[in-house]
Write a protein that binds this ligand. Structure first.
Ligand SMILES: Nc1ncnc2c1ncn2[C@@H]1O[C@H](COP(=O)(O)OP(=O)(O)OP(=O)(O)O)[C@@H](O)[C@H]1O
Ligand SMILES: [Mg+2]
Length: 336
């Protein structure tokens, strides 16, 4: 239903520390991935690797510098998300919904919950009139674990977890086909995180949307996702079904992410999480992996997944970056 092919986005650094002619941040540097109907795809990687930029490219907040993004809706229409027409944009507003990290900032403090839930709805062609919209808002609020009496309250009256429930309810009002959740639980306590993740899993069953679930925490992403893509410096370095990625992570960066998951029941010493993978990259120089120039690898790269080797059913890994898995081992594993 959603397909990204070799998508690229770089930002020009006009000011600041890196200000110099032709300095760019290669935020998204050739990402290809596909999300199937009803599937939850987890996108994981450390801060600054390009997750949010990927999400913003999908919802049209940025225009890609290269590549294509295609969305096929349930009724069979195709939308080029990299360059939608004005009319398509209007239709897409209800089909794809984006939930941000910070529930406090994304809800207007002057509106009550009813206004928040119906603000986008009111101007959509689906608007059923005030009375019916109120009933629908109450029903959705119930769905996310709040109740109709909350319609009259304002965001300040709620806890962080409850506000995130309101943001989820707002996204569901227009019955989206694809929900993009960008670090939706990162700001919440661990126990509340579990509640929200459980809620999203249940809602996905009931409403049948697909999900792009973005987080820097591999434990969270593994819990909720069917398939996972691991992102590093603007590129996917590994992708596999969640179970498989947990059982058999191949790329050293994926292994690094797993090793930094704190063991259950053991308190983490401050600072242990900041241990880095490889060198601190200069964000203004696009990675030019030596290994990619190896002729053997170039011949084996998947045509529909530029930059990735197929190493098993639905399992892809990048031969790029220092300490990448041994080439001979990868070539042996590869299913042609
Ligand atoms: N509008 C922008 N202008 C300039 N640079 C940007 C812009 N948006 C993102 N970047 C840069 O692009 C890179 C990727 O940023 P992005 O926000 O996509 O990362 P992220 O993976 O979502 O990180 P986080 O986990 O911190 O949210 C970063 O180096 C960031 O500084
Ligand atoms: Mg982000």
């Amino acid at each position: 239903m959603l397909e990204l092919h070799d998508v690229r986005k770089r930002f020009n650094l006009a000011a600041g520390f890196f200000a110099r002619a032709g300095a760019y941040v290669y935020a998204v540097n050739g990402v290809s991935l596909a999300i199937k109907p009803g599937e939850t795809y987890g996108l994981v990687g450390e801060s600054g690797c390009g997750k949010t930029t990927t999400a913003r490219l999908i919802v049209g907040m940025y225009t890609p510098d290269g590549g294509t993004i295609r969305f096929r809706s349930r009724d069979g229409d195709d939308y080029p998300l990299h360059a939608p027409s004005g009319q398509q944009r209007a239709l897409l507003r209800s089909k794809i919904k984006y939930i941000f990290q910070d529930p406090a900032k994304s809800l207007n403090p002057r509106m009550n919950v009813l206004q928040i839930l119906t603000a986008g709805y009111r101007y959509s062609p689906l608007w059923p009139g005030r009375r019916r919209a109120r009933e629908e808002a109450a029903a959705i609020l119930n769905d996310v674990g709040l109740n109709a009496a909350d319609l009259e309250r304002r965001p300040a009256d709620f806890s962080g977890g409850q506000r995130q429930r309101i943001a989820i309810a707002r996204a569901l009002m227009l019955k989206p086909e694809l929900l993009i959740c960008d670090e939706v639980v990162s700001a919440l306590d661990v126990s509340i995180q579990g509640q929200i993740l459980g809620l999203l899993l249940r809602l996905r069953e009931e409403h049948g949307f697909s999900m792009l679930f973005i987080a820097h925490d591999l434990a969270v992403v593994s819990f909720i996702s069917d398939r996972i893509g691991v992102m590093y410096r603007g590129m996917l370095v590994e992708e596999a079904p969640a179970q498989r990625l947990i059982a058999e992570p191949l790329h050293p960066y994926t292994r690094h992410l797993y090793s930094s998951i704190p063991k259950l029941g053991r308190r983490q010493a401050p600072g242990t999480r900041t241990e880095r993978f490889g060198e601190v990259p200069d964000p203004t120089s696009p990675p030019e992996p030596e290994e990619l120039r190896d002729a053997r690898v170039t011949a084996l790269l998947c045509r529909d997944r530029p930059g990735l080797l197929s190493v098993g059913e639905e399992h892809f890994v990048s031969p790029a970056f220092a300490g990448a898995p041994d080439l001979d081992e990868l070539l042996e594993r590869r299913i042609s």
